[in-house]
Design a binder for this molecule. Structure first.
Ligand SMILES: CC(=O)N[C@H]1[C@@H](OP(=O)(O)OP(=O)(O)OC[C@H]2O[C@@H](n3ccc(=O)[nH]c3=O)[C@H](O)[C@@H]2O)O[C@H](CO)[C@@H](O)[C@@H]1O[C@H](C)C(=O)N[C@@H](C)C(=O)N[C@H](CCC(=O)O)C(=O)O
Ligand SMILES: Nc1ncnc2c1ncn2[C@@H]1O[C@H](COP(=O)(O)OP(=O)(O)OP(=O)(O)O)[C@@H](O)[C@H]1O
Ligand SMILES: N[C@H](CCC[C@H](N)C(=O)O)C(=O)O
Ligand SMILES: [Mg+2]
Length: 489
């Protein structure tokens, strides 16, 4: 494709060299640039892509897109200056891959918690309805049965358009993707045409990146602001910010609620360790998912499916048979009936929801003993530090015993993270909490402490199969560690 054909919707500030230059690939990483590449220089959080323009050119890049033209240029290379390269990259990537998002129904899910759950349920539901589908999620990307490892919750614009093209080639008609707040701010979803957007909820997270909660809200809202009039925007009106999200959207506004009037109305009849019994638009249904928060997820999935033209009764029948995604309230039960629950709760709200659910589900046993809740939890390094003391406090308030441990420390000192968590434990709860830095030892200790019928919540890593320490990812799977600890007991 020629360079000039890529600039649909992008105002150009200046150009040098030939706009007829042939472009065979796009990259924002100089290390991947080569002959035929258009290197896009993006200003990042760690470094500035503009510093690598010369390297990319030396490696053979055919053209450069940047916000600031370099002082010395190479005659055989084309240079294009734009106001915002990250934004331009969104439109360029869509143009380079010939607008794959226009040719299928792309649904985006945003919110602090529930994105993976909702996107995965939609993917499974639409496959059960007989469609070929694609999924872009934290756990994995998928084209029907083909699994493609995910590096991010929302991939960059080039990867997304490339994956959408593969999905189209496979015959996919529907694609469900998570839209993280980082992705909105970094323009990773710019240039995509969505058929629908779903908002789950917004609570404390990522304040390291967004600075303030208001900025975080604005980032999420930015996704709805860019939806076209042909799309639907489906929001949770029980969330304080549910309607704010839709304030400036051109899309058709639709709502769901467990508490009030809405386009899609649900009510929880019963919540047990075996699933949820709900009324959805006055139809009684049993679902395999657990917890009130999953009532919201299921309702949004139902609403989106109906908005996409599916038959409500058929949707409910199929949805009632669908299992939760991996690492979300996943149970591992010991031979002596100690109930292990592995859950991806890595925000204060998610942790509180899961613990409230567990508290609501436990009953006294035959000996009239109330099962204890033992929580093993940590917080990730190089991520929002302000959630650490809050999560430790929540763990203690809603559990009988707590073991604070490492999550993915990344490049931080694990003990420093744990000290910040400990600072949140209120004096009345100090006796409940202990620190065991090594996550395997922490899980083993929880198992050693547990008696039959007790519940061990291992929170924060869910489906993850590694632990990231100093940039090195070693094998680690909470579910496997728990299973082994049960066997060793
Ligand atoms: C904080 C953040 O979002 N960082 C993302 C961002 O990186 P960055 O801004 O730090 O980039 P940088 O290292 O400063 O580099 C700037 C530019 O120079 C380029 N470069 C750099 C070095 C070089 O030698 N040559 C070169 O060309 C880089 O390719 C880049 O284009 O852009 C990169 C390329 O798209 C992402 O891989 C990277 O994700 C990092 C790995 C990350 O951990 N992101 C997390 C926080 C994230 O995005 N999470 C959300 C989910 C959050 C949630 O909702 O829970 C997600 O969507 O995954
Ligand atoms: N609708 C919801 N409301 C509140 N908490 C939820 C909801 N759905 C799931 N959770 C909790 O949040 C955890 C993460 O869920 P999920 O992976 O679906 O969220 P996510 O938004 O994709 O997270 P991430 O930002 O990491 O991609 C779950 O393990 C559960 O504890
Ligand atoms: N998408 C979230 C996942 C956090 C998961 C937790 N295990 C951690 O590593 O902090 C993030 O990137 O902040
Ligand atoms: Mg996710």
């Amino acid at each position: 494709m020629q360079l000039k054909d890529l600039f649909y919707k992008i105002p150009l500030l200046a150009t040098s060299g030939s706009m007829n230059t042939d472009i065979t690939n796009l990259t924002m990483d100089s290390r991947k640039a080569g002959p035929g590449s258009l290197f896009i220089a993006v200003r990042g959080t760690v470094t500035d892509g503009h510093s690598y323009i010369e390297t990319a050119v030396k490696q053979g890049a055919a053209a450069v897109l940047c916000e600031e033209l370099p002082t010395s240029t190479v005659d055989s290379v084309a240079y294009v200056q734009v106001q915002n390269s990250a934004r331009a990259m969104g439109f360029l990537a869509a143009a380079f891959y010939q607008q794959p998002s226009h040719k299928l129904k792309l649904i985006g899910v945003t919110g602090t918690n529930g994105k993976t759950s909702v996107a995965t349920l939609l993917f499974r539901l639409f496959r059960a309805l007989g469609y070929r589908c694609g999924l872009l999620s934290t756990v994995q990307n998928q084209i029907d049965d083909q699994v493609i490892a995910a590096t991010h919750t929302t991939p960059d614009a080039i990867t997304t358009n490339q994956l959408l093209t593969q999905m189209l080639d496979h015959g996919c008609t529907h694609v469900f993707m998570e839209v993280s707040s980082h992705a909105v701010v970094q323009e990773r979803v710019t240039g995509l045409i969505f058929a629908g957007g779903i908002f789950t909820n917004i609570t404390h997270d990522h304040l390291d990146f967004h600075g303030t909660f208001d900025n975080y809200i604005r980032a999420k809202k930015g996704f709805f602001d860019q939806l076209p009039a042909s799309a639907f925007a489906l929001t949770n009106v029980d969330d304080k910010r549910g309607l704010v999200m839709l304030q400036n959207t051109a899309a058709r506004k639709e709502t769901y609620s467990l508490l009030t009037l809405a386009t899609f109305k649900g009510k929880i009849i019963a919540d047990s360790l075996f699933g949820l019994n709900m009324l959805v638009d006055n139809q009684e249904v049993w679902f395999k998912l657990i917890g009130r928060f999953n009532g919201y997820n299921l309702l949004s999935v139902y609403g989106a499916a109906v908005l996409l033209g599916e038959d409500p009764a058929e949707v409910l029948t199929l949805l009632s048979g669908i299992k939760p995604p991996p690492g979300r309230f996943e149970q591992v039960v010991s031979a002596t009936n100690i109930v292990g629950i592995v859950d991806y709760a890595h925000t204060p709200d998610a942790l509180q929801n899961v613990l409230e659910t567990i508290n609501g589900l436990r009953h006294t046993d035959e000996q009239d003993r109330m099962p204890r809740i033992i929580t093993v939890v940590g917080c990730g390094g190089n991520r929002d530090a302000t959630k650490r003391p809050i999560m430790a406090d929540i763990a203690c308030r809603f559990s009988d015993r707590v073991i604070l441990t490492s999550d993915n420390p990344r490049f931080e000192d694990p003990m420093a993270i744990l000290e910040q968590m400990q600072a949140g434990v209120s004096p009345v709860d100090v006796k409940k909490a202990q620190v065991i830095q090594d996550r395997r030892d922490a899980i083993r200790q929880a198992v050693a402490m547990a008696e039959p019928n007790d519940i061990i919540l291992v929170a924060g890593k869910g489906h993850e199969t590694y632990q990231d320490v100093q940039g090195v990812k070693s094998d680690f799977d909470d579910r496997a560690v728990l299973r082994d600890a049960f066997l060793e007991r």
